[in-house]
Structure formats: structure tokens, C-alpha cells
Design a protein around this ligand. Sequence first.
Ligand code: G6P
Length: 614
Amino acid sequence: MCGIVGYLGKRNAYPVLIKGLKRLEYRGYDSAGVALLTDEHKLNVYKAKGKVADLEAYASDKDISGTVGIAHTRWATHGEPNTANAHPHMSSSGSLAMIHNGIIENYSVLKKQLIEKGVEFKSSTDTEVLIQLIDYIKTTSKVDLLTAVRSALRSVIGAYAIAILDKDNPDEIIAARKSSPLVVGIGEEEFFIGSDASPIIEYTNKVVYLDDEDIVVLNRNKEPQYVDFDNTKVDHDVTEVDLNLAQIEKGGYPHFMLKEIYEQPDCLKDCMRGRINVEANNVTLSAIIDNRKHLINPRRIIIVACGTSWHAGLIGKQLIEDFCQIPVEVEYASEFRYSNPVINNQDVVIAISQSGETADTLAAIELAKSKGAFIYGICNAIGSSIARATHTGSYIHVGPEIGVASTKAFTGQVTVLTMLALALGKERGTVDQQRYTTVISALENIPSLMLQLLEQGDMIRDISRVFTYAHNFLYLGRGYNYPVALEGALKLKEISYIHAEGYPAAEMKHGPIALIDEEMPVVVIATQNELHDKVLSNIQEIKARHARVIAIISKGDETVKKLADATIELPETEKCLEPLLASIPLQMLAYYVAIAKGKDVDQPRNLAKSVTVE
Ligand code: G6P
């Protein structure tokens, strides 16, 4: 949450910073700001409530010169989203400006101490407390900025990625991180910083991922200097990022979300590349080969995740239990981290996270690690904190996901979980050879079936328009499709602000049925399987209460077609792979309902893509 970007070099900093903020806007978008140091050593700070475009409009008649600057797009934690609380924050002396992503948990104690010493505050943010503290130490102890930063950070509890500009030292940016991501970009006589690599890759593919409690000093005339809080030098390798601009731009689509929905066939091919070999009848995940002794025979597996990734985890549980006969529990990372789990070194924890930065998931990993569990990560963001905190893992390789509502990451996660269940099941001898073969070739065929489904986009758009009147939606599914119902409901509420609930279809009669009337559409995933007749009865019960039914059905299912008000047909596949197909029309349904209601699908209110705070 919150995006930070910085530039120091020969170019005008402002355009680089604004472009960078736009790339990071998925991380938060309730206010934005920029600080620039001009050649005349003037520190200009501009801030605006709202999006980066509002900041641009505000700064359009201002002095935006300068070759060094820092900028921020905010997702409010402390203090309402207004201009005063927007970043950058300045110290009272006016010489330091700082941007911050994270939370300073002990800010109120520090603030009280500073107020007692006569420091005046302009905002109600935790960030201002930190920059005032740094300036207070710098001026009262007469030390340089780096020493003051090190000293201040030692007294701070919380999570942060920060970057600081000093009016008296216009050739330098100092940045630091703890539990919030920070990447340094190394160009030709220029440096960049970013919450991720997306604001940087246009200029250089050479990056350094900072570790917790690292401080970096970027100076125009020197190599970057990395130190820890005790001023001990830290060595960092420069990594080459494999990202291109097309991957993070809209490519002709009106929204990132739609682009990402349509990208899924290609993304899943990338996800499976080198891992699935139909001719050789094999699924290979290097993490399993390399860590056989930890993974082959665990007492049980615990999956920890949040949001959409948790829904993928629910599907993962069914896959792993089905193919591997290992008991699996799925926990919300936010609950797990504060529980007292019975867990030891015979357990495997699978942490699923698109961003690889979710604070609760990271904390859940640390707890499981402290109890001796072996940790397997399933992440999208390469080099992210979670990817680095785990013992091993498999990337989903679906490319950057920018739309706040997760789409391609979900299907990528489910694909990796399917491959994991197949590979582990084979190693353990718990999967029938014939089934293994059938599922592998069906999985490889999923991208082409997805393409067929995506061709129904216009039809799904037309269906969606009919349902914009609703204030509530119910989503029902069973077995492998129960988590799909949960995910479909989450998609709708995230971007259209329509209340939606997902339920296992048979549970409908234990509560939700009381809500059903002609005003409440019900989405039913009613594909052909052994429970089809039972779901059919649910549809009849819904129709008897005059609600409209949108049914996701197997191709050619005339029985449900006659009952439902709208149907979307899925191509035939293995039952365990249906979530990969059934989720596509539900993503599109949510997208088109939100569009018809005029909502901002890529940046829905109050949400952020990367939740780096609790
Ligand atoms: C936020 C995002 C969701 C995401 C969840 C978990 O709530 O808006 O789309 O599913 O965080 O994020 P992660 O990056 O850990 O998968």
C-alpha cells in the first residue's frame, strides 16, 4: 500500500516521477505528492488529494524543475486522505522531505516526546513524526543525515520503505526499508527507487532489492552505498529484471483488468512452460525435485494466504487431498499469525501471494518458520519479500498484475497448485497413472479452452447489463467450484460495490434462502458432475422464489438452460480443472457490471493491490 518513487540523475525528475507514480497507482490512490530539489537548491513540494492526475493538474503551473526528486501515491492509514496528510512530509525546519510506505506503530509516543521538545506538527500522519524525529536528531546532535536516519530508525517500531531529500545536500537521496518493499534502479549516471521495478524498467533493467533494515545512500557522484542501522557495509548483487513495458501497459484495452482477463490463456502457457510435458507425460516443479525430503511425506500441509489467494488455496486443498492424500488446512494469514498453531518440523506451509508483499502472509510465514515448518511460496512478483522469506517455491509467471481485482494471478495460482498436486501425487504414488495422464493433457489444453470462453465476452457483457439493478448477489457452487463461487462474489463486490456472498450450494437452505426474492440475482455454477441433480434442485428452489438465475453450465446442458434466465457454457474439461474455466465468466461478469455502473474497475475505492500493512 502506497507507492514510492525517486529519481537522481541528469534528466528532469518530474516526468520520471509522475510516470512512475502512475505505474504504482495500483498501490494506493487517495492522494499523491512530489518533492523536487531545483538547481537553485529550492525544495518544492506539491501535493493533491485524489489521483496522480489531480497532482499533475495542480502542479501544471508550478516550478517542476530539478534533477532529483521523490514522489508518493497514498493509501491512507493514519489521517484522512487530504492534502495535509499527503506525502512528501517535511520537517519543521523545511530542509528535509520524506515519503513513506508502511506504518510507524509507536508514532504517538514519539510524537508526544517531540511535541514536548517544541516540535510542531502539520499533519496527523505517522510519517511526519519520523521525518521530524530525523531532523530533530540531525540538528540537535549536529550529525549528518545518514547518522540521523540510522539513529531514528533504531527507535521506530513498524514497517516502512522511506526516501528522504535534503535541501542542503542536493546530490543525495537516502532510502531505507523494513517490511515494506524497496527497489533501487541503477542506470548510467542516474539512480531510481521504487516500491517495485515498474517505475524503473523503462530506464534500466539493473536493480537491487533492498533487505530489511538496509539503508541506501544514492549520490550523484558515487556508487550506491548500502549500510545497516549500525553503519556496517552491506553487499548487494545487482539483479537484471526480466520485465518489459508492454507487460505493464494497457496494450489497447480500456482497463488493466480487462487486459489481464484476456491475457490468461497466454499467462497460463507461461506458467506451465518447462513444467508440463505431455509427450513425456510429466509435470516437473524444480522446488519439488530439490526439496523432496521435506515435501514428499509431510504430516500435513497448511496453506496461508489472504483475499483471492486464499480462494486459490481452498482449491489447492481439494487438489492436494485428491491427488496426494495429505491432509490440508487453509488459513487466513491474518488469523494464523495471531493463533497458537500446533505445528512443527513435519509440517509444510504453503504461502500464496500475488504481490509477495502482503504483511499478514509474511508474518504467518515467520511464525510457521519459528516453529520449524518448511515453507513453500507461490508468488507472482519475482524477488518479492515473501518469495525471499520462503525455503522454496514456484513462481506463477503470469507477468505484472496491475488491476486491483486479481484475475490472472488467481488462475496462475490454481495452475501452480494443480501442477504441485500432480507432481507430488506422482512422487508419493497416490495418483492413479491414468488420471495423472488425463489431467496433464487436460491442463495443457486449458489455455485454448479459455480462448473459446473469452470469445463469449460480448454475450457476457449483455447479460451483465441486465443485472446492474441488484443490491445483492448470491453465488453458489459445490466441490471444486465452491471456492470459485467465493471468488466470483469477491470480484463483484470489489469493483461494483454490490454486496455479494459466495456459498456452497447446499448451504443455501441454511440461511441465504431467506434473502432470496425477485431483487436478488443468483449465480450458480452448475456444471455436469455427480452433484448436478442436487444443484438443479437448488436452482428450482431459487426460481420458486422468483429470483433470476445466471448459470454457468457444461456445454449443451439443456435442462439448466430451460430453468435459468441466462446461461454461460463452459467447454468440457476434467472436474478438478473447472475452476480455471468457471472463474473466467465470473471475472467478466463483475467487470461488465462495474463498467455498466460507471465504476473505476482498476482502482476501486478503499482497496489496494499490495497490502503491506496489517
Ligand atoms: C488485496 C488485493 C487482493 C489480493 C489480496 C492478497 O486485498 O486487493 O486482490 O488477493 O490483497 O494479496 P496477495 O498479493 O498476497 O495475493
